[in-house]
Every structure is written in C-alpha cells, then in structure tokens.
Design a protein around this ligand. Sequence first.
Ligand SMILES: *Cc1c(COP(=O)(O)O)cnc(C)c1O
Length: 247
Amino acid sequence: MSGGAERTRELTDNLAAVRGRIESAVTASGRAETPRLIVVTKFFPLQDVQILASQGVRDVGENRDQEAAPKAEQAAALDLRWHFVGQLQSNKARSVVRYAHAVHSVDRPSLVAALEKAMAAEAQDRASRGMPLRAELECFIQVDLADGDTDRGRGGAKPEETAGLAARIEAAAGLRPAGVMAVAPLGADPAHAFSELARISADLVHQFPEATGISAGMSADLEAAVAAGATHLRIGSDVLGARPPLR
Ligand SMILES: *Cc1c(COP(=O)(O)O)cnc(C)c1O
C-alpha cells in the first residue's frame, strides 16, 4: 500500500472507533442527540484534513493561528467548519476571524473586544471585495474548573465570570455566545469536572437561552463528557495518532 492509502485506512479505522465510542456513550447516557465531533488536527498535515473530509468529517479544530491559517486557506474548497480551541492572543484575532467558525477559548473581556474589532474589519474587507458577510462568530467561554489552582488548571475564566463575559459577547456586533468550554483539570475526575461545567452551563442558559453549547471531552475523557451533556467533543490523538514532538 502506498503511504497515502495506508494513512487513509488508519484514519478511517480510528474515526470509526471514536464514532463507535461516542455512540455507545450516547446510548449509555440515554441522550437523544449525538454531540458534534470536532477532530483536532493540530500538528498534522493538510493531507490528513483532506482524508478526514472524505470520511465525512465536517468540523476540525486547531490551537495555533500560525498553523491553522494556512491550513484553512489551503482547505477552503472542502468547506469545513474550523474551530479555534487554543489560547488566543488578541493580536491574532484579525487572522482567526478570516477562517474560524467558532472560538472555544474566549476567557477575558479584552479578547471579546479584539474579536469584535476583528469582525468589523473582516466585514469591511469583504464588503470592499464584493463578498458576502460571514456568519456571526460562535464564542464559547472557556471556564477554569481548577478554581485558580494554577498547577492543575488548563486556562479559562473563573466560573463566576461566565455570565459577564456572555453579556459582553452578546452585546458585541458579529459575535454570538455559543456556550461554555472546559478542559478537565489535571489529575481531576473528569466526571466530576464535567458535571460542574454542566451546572455552570445551566446557569448560563437561564440568562442566555441560545448559549446551549457545552464543549467538553477529549480523547481520554469523551465518555465522561457525553454523560455530562457535552454538545461538542474535541478529539485529536485517538483519531490522528500520537502528536509529533513539539518543534
Ligand atoms: C489538543 C486539544 C484537544 C484534543 O486532545 P486529544 O487528547 O488529543 O484528544 C482538545 N482540546 C484542546 C483545547 C486541545 O488543545
């Protein structure tokens, strides 16, 4: 088999296994809807994105703009939804809104302001080139479930900051509050962490009925996330394999 055919088979098998795990978890939890699978393609080449698209993947995730921007541009014809899932510096907002359908890591008011400004610039740029407006940017508020314990925390706003950030997002032109996102704290029981996230989500939806998204669950803890009501799963290594060492 050629390298391409071999890789296609590997990704197809991995994807089937992950989809099977998701379906089993949905059945076990008695949920009616299957969460959306976002395949996190960071560190893997465009060819893998193309293979995934041919296997029915519609949503892909990336965590660094330097890598995501050229990949998204080269894959434009595939019409995928790109999800930005990594820590985002404000000075990258302008680039990210060119390709991202959603940002899962909105964690501070200054980033909301930068994204609003970037969406306005994008709208102007598209208008000047006779292109249609893009859709509103879906903003997930990343919540730190380690409660300020920086050794275990994986980034995000404090739980009590969630509603204030959602209000800022709702008031910003071009942005839409989509829900909450979290990464289970290091060493924590993911079931406990994700049930905390579900509680934060329920409070948020009370005030912002549209913000129903719960972005939770990675390769190691997707079952716990599905059980807790995740609507978006962010799966990398169990589809693509171990990530190459950091360059
Ligand atoms: C890399 C990454 C993922 C995917 O993690 P895996 O353990 O490889 O499935 C999910 N979410 C975020 C924020 C990531 O950076």
